[in-house]
Design a protein around this ligand. Structure first.
Ligand SMILES: Nc1ncnc2c1ncn2[C@@H]1O[C@H](COP(=O)(O)OP(=O)(O)OP(=O)(O)O)[C@@H](O)[C@H]1O
Ligand SMILES: [Mg+2]
Length: 308
């Protein structure tokens, strides 16, 4: 029997309680790629820092108030629409801080953060017909992470190659297994190595194998794509609120206009730090392909296994 899965079930949570491992950068880059390819994407910024909505995508937003109300009272979510063609955003921000105290008193109040979020996100996905929903989560913030692990279908874990970041992966794996035990349908898509040296191939292979061993029994593999280190591009992406694809375009026109600007004595403020962000953009493109293909395979397995 052929069952058609709707794109609406495609919700990917990007998480690692360790800070600074590329969660927000990956959400922004992948969302930008998928939207530029003509598919509808929703980014949910579930982080008080609001890095992905405010810094990466440049959305002013409501400081996380809408998402906080959805979590507490299942109030309908209203996204900031078309921040790029095909790309909507639920902004994050400090209003999400209340979630921790709400979770602490959940037994007395009966507030079901996870149930509320699942219901409101499902309603939004149904009306808006998103092809992909990407949820960015902050470092720490265990109660919110728990609700997100109960809501999302897929989990993507970015990590750097240092021991502290890899311990973060282990910690998250434990939370992930706990969420599944309590009935969550979430499935680990894989681990992606972030901020790697593209020339350190032996080292990268070693870490890849280490992550592979770490994931033993989870049913997931590390992603083949590594996101290379490019600090200059990272600065430009955040300060100019650009996706990697947009930065490539800006850098190309910047090169063309260099002579003109030199003659006009352009200021340092309008100078790009990165000369050629195309390598980084190519990494994100390859990662996006891998993510979409793993999601498609997982959805097919669910249908075949009758779990759609
Ligand atoms: N390709 C890159 N190479 C080096 N640094 C990068 C790269 N991309 C992003 N960065 C920088 O690395 C830092 C961490 O990235 P990011 O904010 O995406 O991580 P995060 O896991 O979301 O952090 P947090 O836990 O604080 O939310 C940021 O300062 C970002 O500008
Ligand atoms: Mg972040």
């Amino acid at each position: 029997m052929r069952v058609t899965t709707t794109g609406t079930s495609r919700t990917v949570l990007v998480a690692n309680q360790k800070g600074g491992v590329g969660k927000s950068s990956i959400v922004s880059a992948v969302a930008g790629m998928v939207a530029a390819a003509g598919r509808r994407v929703l980014v949910v910024d579930a982080d008080q820092q609001a890095n992905v909505s405010s810094s990466d995508l440049g959305v002013e937003g409501d400081k996380g108030r809408g998402l906080s109300m959805a979590l507490q009272f299942a109030e309908p979510l209203t996204p900031t629409r078309e921040v790029r063609p095909n790309l909507d955003v639920i902004p994050g921000g400090p209003a999400l801080a209340v979630v921790t105290s709400v979770a602490a008193t959940a037994q007395q109040t009966g507030i079901d953060l996870q149930g509320n979020l699942t219901r409101t996100l499902n309603n939004l996905r149904e009306t808006e017909k998103y092809d992909l929903v990407l949820i960015d989560s902050g470092p720490g913030d265990a109660p919110l992470l728990e609700a997100l692990l109960g809501t999302a279908r897929y989990l993507l874990v970015p990590t750097k190659d240092d021991d502290a970041s890899l311990s973060g992966v282990e910690l998250l794996a434990t939370r992930y297994l706990r969420a599944r035990k309590s009935g969550s349908q979430i499935q680990l898509l894989g681990v992606v190595l972030f901020d790697t040296n593209p020339r350190a191939t032996a080292r990268n292979r070693e870490v890849f194998d280490q992550v592979h061993d770490l994931l033993e029994g989870s049913g997931a593999d590390p992603f083949e794509t590594f996101i290379r280190s490019d600090r200059a591009a990272a600065v430009d992406l955040r300060t100019r609120h650009l996706t990697p694809l947009e930065l490539v375009e800006v850098a190309e026109s910047d090169q063309k206009n260099r002579l003109k600007r030199l003659r006009q004595k352009g200021t340092a403020a309008d100078r790009l730090w990165s000369r050629d962000p195309s390598g980084l953009a190519a990494d994100y493109q390859a990662l996006t392909r891998e993510i979409l293909s793993r999601v498609a395979n997982a959805e097919r397995d669910r249908v075949d296994g009758g779990a759609a």
